[in-house]
Design a protein around this ligand. Structure first.
Ligand SMILES: Nc1ncnc2c1ncn2[C@@H]1O[C@H](COP(=O)(O)OP(=O)(O)OP(=O)(O)O)[C@@H](O)[C@H]1O
Length: 249
């Protein structure tokens, strides 16, 4: 019996096979990228400004189609899916955008609740969860404030709460600590780690903040000249190994 292709990859959250991306320019921004993210994994994506991090994330949350190659989510190749099938897959992916994309005329609470309203949920069924989530990200006191009156770090946390309120299987965050000080950056990182551990959410975070990357033992994928390499180990365990080598020397 021949299995449908997606059954072969059921233990994979995200898979890229030979993915290339070219905008309307002559050069590939991303070139022949292979990537596998296991369910429940936590990883970083780094690379210089303009290396293609945001572009790669857009492919992962199906906002862009690759020029060549295949993007599969949860074992399903996406290139031939209908619009409705793509929407269903996208609902399992939470995104924290680089520029937040909050609605200024809604309160923090309303912004976070919006994805649930769009899904047709009644407020009584989610009010408690949304309030609890806002308290979890440290915004219990500010939940009725509108984004323009919140600091960058507070807006960032609203964006994170909104991305996770539907309990996505995959969380994609683009420079989620770009607008906060190192202390807040470390706090946000703890939120991502907790989410990853509590719900086994697959998390991938694009950042060029290597200070942040060094706090966590997680694979680091680096984009360079359109290629993806996974050879960088920045986390505490990697540093301990380096220290041992130094001691032996
Ligand atoms: N819609 C687009 N049309 C044409 N070129 C684009 C488009 N979006 C991005 N690019 C180009 O693709 C390249 C990669 O951009 P991308 O935003 O993915 O990089 P990045 O690594 O996320 O950068 P940064 O760290 O500065 O956010 C850049 O040269 C950028 O100018």
């Amino acid at each position: 019996m021949t299995l449908p292709r997606h059954d072969l990859f059921d233990d994979v959250a995200v898979r890229l096979d030979g993915v290339s991306l070219r905008y309307d320019t002559s050069e590939d921004i991303l070139s022949g990228i292979d990537l596998v993210l296991k369910p429940g994994s936590f990883s970083f994506l780094t690379g210089a400004s303009g290396a293609g991090k945001t572009s790669l994330l857009k492919l992962l949350y199906l906002a862009l189609k690759p020029t060549r190659g295949e993007v599969s989510l949860f074992g399903r190749p996406t290139s031939r899916l209908t619009r409705d099938q793509l929407s269903a897959l996208r609902r399992r992916v939470g995104v924290v955008f680089q520029e937040f994309r909050l609605l200024d005329h809604l309160t923090a609470y309303e912004n976070v609740a919006l994805p649930l309203r769009v899904l047709g949920r009644k407020e009584a069924s989610y009010r408690h969860d949304v309030e609890e989530l806002l308290a979890w990200v440290g915004l219990g006191e500010r939940m009725h404030s509108r984004p323009p009156t919140l600091s960058g770090g507070e807006q960032q946390r609203v964006a994170i709460a909104r991305a996770v309120v539907t309990q996505p299987d995959i969380l994609i965050a683009d420079e989620p600590t770009g607008n906060v000080d190192p202390e807040m950056g470390a706090r946000l990182m703890r939120l991502f780690l907790e989410l990853n551990k509590r719900r086994a959410t697959t998390v991938i975070i694009a950042t060029h903040d290597l200070g942040l990357v060094r706090q966590v033992d997680a694979p680091v994928f680096r984009l360079q000249h359109g290629l993806l390499v996974q050879d960088v180990e920045y986390g505490p365990a990697a540093r301990r190994r380096t220290d041992i080598v130094k001691t032996v020397d």
